[in-house]
Design a protein around this ligand. Sequence first.
Ligand code: COA
Length: 329
Amino acid sequence: MRIAAPIEIGPLDAAAQQAVRDLAAAAESHDGVAPLSEQPLLNLGTDAEWITHVVAHTTSGSTIGYVQVDRSGETASAELVIHPEHRRNGRGRMLLKTAERDATLPSRSGEPSQHGKQLRVWAHGDLEAARGFARAAGMHPVRELLFLARTFEQSAAPQLPTAPAGYHLRTFRPGVDDDAWLRVNARAFATHPEQGRMTLDDLRARQAEEWFDPEGFFLLVPESTGEGTSKDSADGAAGADPVAFQWTKVEPGRPDGVRDGEIYVLGVDPDHQGKGLGRLMTDVGLAHLARTGATRAVLYVEGDNAPALATYERSGFTRAAVHVQYARP
Ligand SMILES: CC(C)(COP(=O)(O)OP(=O)(O)OC[C@H]1O[C@@H](n2cnc3c(N)ncnc32)[C@H](O)[C@@H]1OP(=O)(O)O)[C@@H](O)C(=O)NCCC(=O)NCCS
């Protein structure tokens, strides 16, 4: 019998990717929260210089632990999970140590932008085990991501709000609006560690997902302001950049009774903030999600984003969960 190495570092073939998805599903049904978020799941098949995959195996080769390190940002970000039946055996500690080495040691080929970074580890749901684990590793919370929710009363299907004078509300056109949207997204999220760095490849990866629906992706664009900026020009050009957007996400095939619709990304260009457009685009997202039959609207927001939190609280959202990022001081 082949004895599997306790840990393996390197790209994941299709079977190894599926084993990690199964591990994440086992942890989710045990812990009540998914241990890997969207981007690491999208990265499972990625063999990029800035991504490291580390898998822990039993001697017979079953996948019982996984950590992914993403060094593309200013700090390195990791997501880590150990199978519920194999916890408290030191495997979490072993994977964390490997991840930390990967992030902090300078690489042999000497790419300074890729290594030598502080490691930050996400704990989704802020579970007791994760808190104890982080404490034992000498790590402290450095960032909080809040998960907010509000239920819908399913009375009449709400109308989409109308755009204010001077603006036009329309849906996203894949392949036409991509660059204009990336520009406004980068401006709206200039200080956000992940969202503001989204690239065309990142956008296309999401467009290829089963849940992607351009009819649930709204742009608020200025009415035609002159030559060459027509929003519906005959050649299909994007026209003037949007000033605000609302991208919603509804996962297909969720079990009965779970009809969450997500306010996936909402942004307002900094030059147009403070005019009520955030509130308007929230209402656009809520009306759209209610029309899709969602029973609950959900969203993620940074714990220190006071203006966004105030907007969402005014719209009836309350805190349903918190995700915490840990790091060494
Ligand atoms: C958190 C997690 C990764 C720990 O994995 P693990 O393999 O059980 O951890 P280890 O056995 O290496 O534990 C190392 C130390 O962490 C602490 N720890 C681990 N689990 C703990 C728990 N449930 N309660 C309190 N402390 C705990 C202990 O000090 C432990 O040392 P000890 O067993 O000698 O007392 C695992 O519970 C998990 O996958 N949780 C879901 C995903 C998650 O939250 N990931 C984010 C981690 S920051």
